[in-house]
Design a protein. Structure first.
Length: 135
């Protein structure tokens, strides 16, 4: 078999293009492998699937899952000390954003090229949910 990288009939430009193509393929494979590993980690996560939302109550907020096709809605936690502190609502928002924050960070860690813009938008939306700056 002829090695195209050393074959005498290949021009330098053709070798360079082939080398660039091979490098791009290797990088794509590496990123796909990383994304696959991140997906497995997320699937193996032992937490209630998101999204989660703040459920206000009289004395303190609760965080509940919205529910999915595979999981019924359920209470994640109750936040605060029954005194109705304003910080309880902010803490509940931060907790409720946890699944989106995790997903956004995992995406940012594996995104490349045009995906980066989408990854940053996803991260911004998760941060807005956590801070209450949803528009």
């Amino acid at each position: 078999m002829i090695d195209p990288m050393t074959a005498p009939h290949f021009t330098t430009a053709r070798r360079d293009a082939l080398a660039a193509s091979m490098a791009a393929q290797a990088e794509t494979k590496r990123r796909n492998d990383e994304a696959s590993q991140a997906k497995v980690k997320q699937e193996n996560a032992m937490h209630t699937p998101g999204p989660w939302e703040v459920h206000p109550t009289t004395l303190h907020p609760a965080v509940r899952s919205v529910g999915t096709a595979n999981a019924a809605p359920r209470r994640i936690c109750t936040v605060g000390s029954m005194n109705g502190s304003p910080v309880d609502e902010r803490n509940a928002r931060l907790i409720a954003a946890a699944p989106e924050l995790l997903e956004a960070l995992q995406f940012v860690m594996t995104a490349s090229g045009e995906q980066l813009s989408t990854a940053f938008e996803q991260a911004q939306a998760a941060i807005a949910k956590a801070t209450g700056d949803i528009q």
